[in-house]
Design a protein around this ligand. Structure first.
Ligand code: VGL
Ligand code: ZN
Length: 201
């Protein structure tokens, strides 16, 4: 069984946001296309949001590396208005702990505190398709955790974008993920694979 993971497609990570990633909004049409395809195949779609308290060591002001961003319940923390998620999408939150950075979606949980891993287990999911922001942080750390937990991972190259605090970080992250065993693909290749997808994923 497969699932599509949409990572942190939030206003603050897009141009104009507090931690705006260059051209981050350009991947949203691709994400929407993947979402449509997966939904039509009845494959679960899960979406995470970076969801910080106002005061956290994740922010520069308190010793971290980032400007204040994605503070829970603010406009910056909302999904980008162009993102189209299915009504049934599972919504997860991460970064709530004021004492640490948490980048991986495996540190995310739903409103009731159910973790990503628990959801995936309950749904019998063993293979993930990753999209969203940022390639060199959440996507990378999620991939590492997923592979450690024996999930198959596919990076949707046309549906991710990185911060590149240092130039080349995203390219390096993709190399790293592929070395760990993640596959990478784009919509064209993905559509070719579709033939082999069953209704049950
Ligand atoms: C992230 C930077 C700051 C991420 C979160 O999850 O990719 N990146 N906070
Ligand atoms: Zn953050």
């Amino acid at each position: 069984m497969k699932a599509l993971l949409v990572v942190d497609v939030q206003n603050d990570f897009c141009p104009g946001g507090a931690l705006g990633i260059k051209q981050a909004d350009k991947i949203i049409p691709a994400i929407n296309r993947y979402v449509k395809i997966f939904s039509a195949k009845k494959i679960p779609v899960l979406a995470t949001r970076d969801w910080h308290p106002k005061k956290t060591v994740h922010f520069k002001k308190y010793g971290g590396v980032w400007p204040e961003h994605c503070v829970k319940n603010t406009k910056g923390a909302r999904f980008h208005p162009k993102l189209r998620l299915p009504k049934k999408a599972l919504l997860l939150y991460k970064g709530m702990d004021p004492k640490k950075d948490s980048y991986s979606a495996f540190q995310a949980q739903d409103k009731e505190g159910v973790s990503l891993a628990a959801f995936l287990k309950a749904m019998g999911i063993t293979e993930l398709y990753l999209s969203g922001l940022a390639t060199d942080y959440c996507v990378k750390f999620t991939t590492k955790d997923a592979i450690k937990k024996s999930f198959k991972v596919n990076i949707l190259l046309d549906a991710v974008k990185g911060v590149d605090l240092k130039p080349g970080d995203s390219a390096k992250a993709i190399k790293e993920m592929r070395n760990l065993g993640a596959k990478s693909l784009t919509l064209v290749k993905f559509k070719r694979q579709l033939e082999s997808f069953g209704n049950s994923g």
